[in-house]
Design a protein around this ligand. Structure first.
Ligand code: FSX
Ligand code: SF4
Ligand code: F3S
Length: 382
């Protein structure tokens, strides 16, 4: 409990000092919420849900609300490297604004190539101004992998042709904290898939500062905004797992909270896409679901205003929040367990030693046995 009191005191003093700074946005957040049709009650509900998503006790809910109200005092610089921009899309797409998207709009977004009006010389000048003006205070978000081969020249940006590698180095130098948004920025993503011709790497492989990895291709809006809220509230990075992912978001496997888990335990599987089992929402393990090997909160937080997530949409998880998943989790529509044992071992080595124990224990010996007993029976019947 004393830990929480210390955390609370830290949060209070951080929010007080942010509140004393001059507001950056002319329209305060409550007016923006009103205009978007979000009632005070809905906003307080959002604050309580966000506190619990961040694994904070309910006493923090009013502080989440206060942090949202002073979010415009926190400058954010968002760089795009080698990627598809799906991470930004995950956050900003929606037919109606949510509190999460409104907060992203309200934070002092100083530079974001997709969203800003300026381009070319103007954009470049804005970036260097923001870096100077807010040195030591800005939060740096990087989306996309950083090509490092050929001196980084596989990615050049802006009228001076700066390499992405140089931009990340220079912008990271005076950042208060650094967030890698998406699996590309966290671990290299699809660009780093074998044979990785551009030498693409995650942000933490090219700089020396600590980086929080918001893995996922893309990560959900909840995981992005939750991490921003944590930084606004505490001025520091959240507790992280072995791959530097926030524990509050990546602390459990997809399989642990999946709504099809009961079918897995009962040995009820989709055998081919579109069969009766698929209609009945059976488990997708035999269709290659990698939920048992993947740490993320997709089943509980979902995407696009909480409407859906891959398994609910009828396809297995492809392991998109794990390092090197393009190489280690493919074939995406076949279970890893059907491969030669040595190749499964290799995958688990990549994913991380401790995961092996957790995964094997977590799958449940009886359930695995039920999958393979059924398979053996089927092949015996042939
Ligand atoms: Fe990568 Fe984000 Fe996947 Fe795309 O940009 S994590 S390819 S969804 O958008 O970086
Ligand atoms: Fe859900 Fe996939 Fe686990 Fe089946 S294997 S319960 S579909 S996460
Ligand atoms: Fe990715 Fe699997 Fe979630 S594919 S989006 S981690 S369900």
């Amino acid at each position: 409990m004393s830990d929480y009191r210390a955390l609370m005191a830290r949060c209070e003093s951080r929010l007080e000092s942010l509140a004393k700074q001059a507001a950056v946005k002319k329209t305060p957040l409550n007016e923006k919420l009103d205009a978007a049709g979000v009632s005070r009650r809905d906003f307080m509900k959002w604050s309580a849900i966000t506190a619990s998503t961040l694994a904070l006790p309910m006493q923090f809910a009013p502080m989440v609300a206060k942090a949202a109200e002073v979010a415009d005092r926190v400058p954010l610089i968002w760089l795009h490297m080698a990627e598809c921009t799906g991470c930004s899309e995950s956050l900003i797409r929606g037919d109606t604004p949510t509190v999460d998207t409104l907060i992203f709009d309200y934070i002092s977004l100083e530079y974001h190539e997709t969203l800003m009006a300026g381009s070319g010389w103007q954009a470049e000048a804005r970036l260097s101004e923001a870096k100077q003006q807010y040195a030591g205070q800005y939060l740096l978000a990087v989306e996309g992998a950083i090509p490092t081969a050929n001196g980084g020249h596989f990615l050049t940006i802006g009228p001076h042709g700066h390499t992405g590698l140089d931009m990340v180095h220079e912008t990271a130098e005076n950042a208060a904290a650094i967030v890698a948004v998406g699996t590309c920025a966290s671990f290299g993503g699809v660009q780093a898939a074998a044979p990785n011709p551009t030498g693409a790497k995650g942000v933490d492989k090219v700089i020396h500062q600590p980086v929080v990895n918001l893995a996922g291709c893309p990560p959900s809006e909840k995981n992005i905004v939750g991490t921003l809220m944590y930084f606004i509230m505490f001025g520091k990075l959240p507790p992280l797992d072995m791959f530097n992912r926030p524990k509050w978001a990546y602390g459990a496997r997809v399989h642990d909270n999946c709504e099809r888990r009961g079918h897995f335990d009962a040995g009820e599987f989709v055998e081919t896409f579109g069969d009766e089992g698929a209609e009945d929402g059976y488990c997708l393990y035999k269709m290659g679901c990698k939920g048992p090997y993947t740490y993320n909160n997709c089943p509980t937080e979902r995407f696009n205003h909480h409407t859906s997530w891959p398994v609910l949409a009828g396809h297995g998880c492809i392991g998109c929040s794990e390092p090197n998943f393009w190489d280690t989790m493919a074939d995406f529509e076949k279970p890893l367990g059907r491969r030669e044992l040595h190749s499964l071992d290799k995958t688990v080595d990549f994913v991380g030693g401790t995961l092996l124990g957790l995964t094997v224990a977590g799958i449940g010996a009886h359930a695995v046995a039920s999958v393979f007993a059924k398979e053996e029976k089927e092949s015996g019947d042939e």
